[in-house]
Design a protein around this ligand. Structure first.
Ligand SMILES: Cc1cc2nc3c(=O)[nH]c(=O)nc-3n(C[C@H](O)[C@H](O)[C@H](O)COP(=O)(O)OP(=O)(O)OC[C@H]3O[C@@H](n4cnc5c(N)ncnc54)[C@H](O)[C@@H]3O)c2cc1C
Length: 391
């Protein structure tokens, strides 16, 4: 817990951000760089430790963007499907891009901490109490007050409150391996390799080579329950062995579980406490991709704050939300269908169109073409069941 002078305990901050991860850091940076907030004070409370460094973020982009300087690798070809021998396709004008969590935070943390409007507290937020004037944040040390709080804490319990929307997880363990001999092609990302045993679920290997002898190899499931850590490790080991890769060292690991649900967490805000990040349902329900959506939603949030608009403009139940819901309804009931749905999609449609669709930038005719790539029956069935359950 940081030593805090008494003045900060009695003052009321204009804004507070709980959690300086992806959403908290991007929001802080965005607020601090806009002149509208030039006279505002900002409190940041982040759990101490090094855990914030423990992940890599990937996303695709077809144009330059403000985080370009943090991108450490780009792939121009991808494959998704169930073939034993992948045939990679170009995704130009897109590239699939990787930002290391450590690089992200080494860039943002010093900038945010150096700003004299910021008070950074290394501590754990325990409880928020809201009254008409402000919000009190009780931490494991002192208590603080702010007029508005952006809260990036996430807890699966919040999602479980709803019986209306299925809750799956994208869960995974990844190993960064360094092989003795060249074993990978650093231009080719294995997006989803469904050739692994499905065992009644949607399971795939995600392989991101960053050099001929280095790759992140991640065993991933879209399912309800996590596995034991050893189960993921065994799958990675046998996957590599099947490809003749047995002589390697593990230089780093990452693991996680990203919520897959259409439950509208973002609607659970008051005028003073606003969820952000995973806690606001910013993860794409059907894929778990969150990072570039966070960038976009932070921009929308800051724009709404500046213009005094309703925060409903940040995220809504739109038609992409509905497509995600149908897929999750299918995977909830028939968890094994993911491999065939994604494989057919990538076999029958260009990867650029699929990436555009997953990035929610297609128009309706393109979406019809995406839907026509798959067998209609599971989707029609999910649609009619959903009509009964409600949206
Ligand atoms: C290993 C991993 C890899 C991922 N890879 C990708 C990817 O490639 N592409 C993609 O789009 N998405 C990816 N994601 C999903 C998503 O982008 C990340 O989870 C992202 O970090 C979510 O941002 P966030 O701000 O919601 O949460 P986080 O980045 O986890 O930030 C939350 C912050 O809040 C702090 N905190 C939590 N509780 C408290 C508390 N009580 N008090 C104070 N501080 C608290 C935490 O320490 C942390 O710093 C990945 C997730 C993981 C776990």
């Amino acid at each position: 817990m940081t030593e805090i002078g008494p003045i900060f305990i009695f003052m009321i901050f204009d804004y507070a951000i709980i959690g300086a991860g992806a959403s908290g850091s991007l929001l802080a940076s965005s607020l601090l760089s806009h002149e509208h907030f030039s006279g505002c004070s900002l409190l940041i409370i982040d759990r101490p430790g090094e855990a914030y460094k423990d992940r890599t973020w990937c996303f695709w982009s077809d144009k330059p963007h403000p985080l370009d300087h943090l991108v450490s690798h780009r792939w121009s070809m991808i494959y998704a499907g169930d073939a034993q021998h992948p045939t990679y396709q170009s995704i130009a004008p897109y590239t699939y891009q990787l930002i290391k969590g450590a690089d992200f935070h080494h860039h943002f943390r010093p900038l945010i901490k150096a700003d004299n409007r910021v008070h950074w507290v290394d501590g754990e937020a325990l409880m928020l109490t809201e009254d008409e004037q402000h919000v009190t944040i009780k931490t494991d040390g002192d208590s603080f007050s702010a007029y508005r709080v952006f809260d990036s804490r996430f807890d699966y319990e919040q999602l479980m409150q709803s019986k209306r929307y299925p809750v799956l997880q994208q869960h995974f363990v990844g190993l960064f391996v360094k092989t003795k001999v060249p074993s990978f092609n650093p231009d080719q990302a294995l997006f989803m390799d469904f050739s692994v045993h499905q065992k009644g679920n949607t399971r795939f290997m995600y392989v991101l080579p960053t050099a001929a002898d280095q790759a992140l190899v991640e065993y991933t499931l879209f399912s309800h329950e996590r596995l034991s850590r050893q189960a993921y490790l065994n799958e990675i080991e046998s996957y590599l062995a099947n490809r003749g890769i047995t002589d390697y060292e593990v230089t780093q690991t990452e693991e996680g579980s990203i919520p897959m649900s259409c439950y509208p967490l973002w609607q659970k805000h008051s005028s003073r406490i606003i969820p952000i990040g995973l806690g606001a349902g910013w993860a794409k329900p059907s894929t778990g991709f969150t990072f570039d959506r966070t960038v976009v939603r932070v921009q929308r949030l800051v724009r709404a704050l500046i213009k005094g608009h309703s925060l409903d403009s940040v995220q809504q139940k739109d038609r992409f939300w509905f497509y995600d819901l149908l897929l999750l309804d299918i995977l909830d009931q028939q968890n094994h269908l993911g491999a065939s749905i994604f494989t057919r999609l990538f076999q029958r449609r260009k990867p650029q169109l699929i990436l555009k669709f997953l990035g929610e930038k297609t128009h309706f005719l393109q979406e019809l073409s995406i839907m026509a790539a798959n067998k209609p029956w599971p989707f029609l069935k999910a649609f009619f069941v959903r009509l009964f359950k409600g949206f």
